[in-house]
Write a protein that binds this ligand. Structure first.
Ligand code: PLZ
Length: 446
């Protein structure tokens, strides 16, 4: 059977119409009548196929994908092993509910997560559907384990759109505006943000600034968990100074606080390690994963120390669809693909290519205030030249110019001034180079 999408799609940038083209515009009309306005789209072209490093739309345009559906299709869209496993699974059964009658693939995913996540202590997992749900459950587990209530999060953090995770997310617009009241007992402390520190600060000093606030304003004894993205995603790909995460992890250990790494955007090969925490040898008590875990199917997990995971009473965790068999089959296919194609190594090479090119671009483009990233999670922060003042307008213009030329880029950041790049880890080199050429031209034209 010939596949419509997947890795065998021609790996080329091809523009046959303006974007969106006539067919997409027609669908947009229907969309406007039927889909709620609150759900937005970065580039309103309607997709018909995707694979490798391209997304193809209803008008036959083929775009270079530097977004991976927000860091999801790391193994590529419709990856072979994912499609095979999913097809077999839907032919066998589509759902029983693990809480009613279990199946092997759920257990196998938990075994894989125990092996892959940082640390070699005994671990257990529970599976859910979305990133926000995983974060919510990590908090439930930490509270059950510690008998404490407070949750500590960071400036610029993003953890989801449900009520508790909105409270944990920093940015008001568009995530929280008008949606309160929010869950209580959530406390926010400063991050380490090297590009924006008023005075240069070591990771240890930035951690002390945060933990001092926890001590003074919350009280370590009241804190159930500290939840942090090891590299912030939506907040603008902010990599804390070296030493920041290890110092926080130490503080948590010394104070009986559950250290939760939200690796939903950073996890599963994206940063050139299996998990971003591996970079400094940080071992979280709990790890939340989602996005890249299942090649595009909705699946998420909380994985952590067996004794913490098991502090919840029987029946205290779950949900109708959590660990759905089709999503678990996809995840097992994704893990296989990550190993077979060495996507950890591939992410590192993508990072080298992109950072080298972007740093040389920065020399001639004063609006590029910072180039940063690890592995295939790379960003440039756009500022008013000669200052650190964020410039979201230029950022939006450069992003729009890239998209008009068929390169799908995303933006991020508290100030909306970060261009971020999250290519599928299977993107061919020639497409990555071509996308960087388009980006370079876009800077020259705006
Ligand atoms: N934690 C670190 O990056 C999702 C959000 C897109 P869900 N990020 C993309 C949007 O505008 O909604 C994310 C994340 C981190 C949690 C989440 C939440 O994951 O699967 O979107 O619930």
């Amino acid at each position: 059977m010939t596949r419509i999408g997947g890795p065998s799609l021609p790996q080329e940038r091809r523009l046959t119409t303006e974007l969106p083209g006539p067919r997409s515009r027609e669908l947009l009309g229907r969309r406007e009548a039927a889909v709620a306005r609150g759900v937005s789209s970065t580039l309103p072209v309607f997709v018909t196929a995707a694979g490798g490093g391209v997304v193809v739309d209803a008008d036959g345009n083929s775009l270079i994908d530097l977004g991976s559906g927000i860091a999801v299709v790391s193994v590529g869209n419709s990856a072979e092993a994912v499609v095979r496993n999913v097809s077999e699974q839907v032919e066998a059964f589509t759902h029983t509910c693990f809480m009613v009658t279990p199946y092997e693939s759920y257990v196998a995913v938990c075994e894989e997560l125990a092996a892959l996540t940082p640390g070699d202590h005994p671990k257990k997992s529970a599976l859910f559907n979305s990133g926000a749900e995983a974060v919510e459950n990590a908090v439930k587990i930490a509270r059950a384990h510690s008998g404490r209530q407070a949750v500590v999060v960071f400036d610029h953090g993003y953890h989801g759109r449900t009520n508790l995770t909105m409270a944990m997310t920093a940015k008001n617009m568009p995530y929280k505006h008008g949606f309160g009241p929010f869950a209580g007992e959530v406390y926010r402390v400063p991050l380490s943000y090297p590009f924006r520190e008023p005075v240069p600060m070591t990771g240890e000093a930035a951690a002390a600034r945060a933990t001092d606030l926890i001590d003074k304003q919350v009280g370590a004894d009241n804190v159930a968990c500290v939840v942090i993205e090891p590299i912030q995603g939506e907040g603008g790909f902010i990599e804390p100074a070296p030493g920041f995460l290890p110092a926080l992890a130490r503080y948590c250990r010394d104070n009986g606080i559950v250290f939760v790494a939200d690796e939903i955007q950073t996890g599963l090969c994206r940063t050139g390690d299996w998990f971003a925490c591996d970079h400094e040898g940080v071992v979280p008590d709990l790890v939340a994963t989602a996005k890249g875990i299942a090649g595009g199917l909705p699946l998420s997990a909380v994985t952590g120390r067996a004794e913490i995971m098991d502090s919840v009473h029987v029946g205290g965790l779950g949900g109708t669809y959590g660990g759905n068999p089709v999503a678990c089959a996809a995840a097992l296919g994704a893990f296989t693909t990550m190993r077979e194609l060495d996507l950890v190594g591939r992410a590192r090479r993508i990072g080298d290519t992109m950072l080298t090119r972007l740093r040389s671009l920065q020399v001639g483009v004063p609006a590029i205030g910072d180039v940063r990233g690890r592995g295939a999670m790379v960003a440039v922060e756009i500022v008013v030249p000669g200052t650190t003042e964020p410039d979201p307008t230029t950022t939006a213009r450069v992003a729009a110019a890239c998209r008009a030329e068929g390169v799908l880029v995303l933006t991020a950041g508290t100030y909306g001034n970060v261009l971020r790049f999250l290519p599928p880890l299977v993107i061919p080199d020639h497409l990555l180079t071509e996308a960087l050429d388009v980006l370079e031209k876009s800077f020259a034209t705006v």
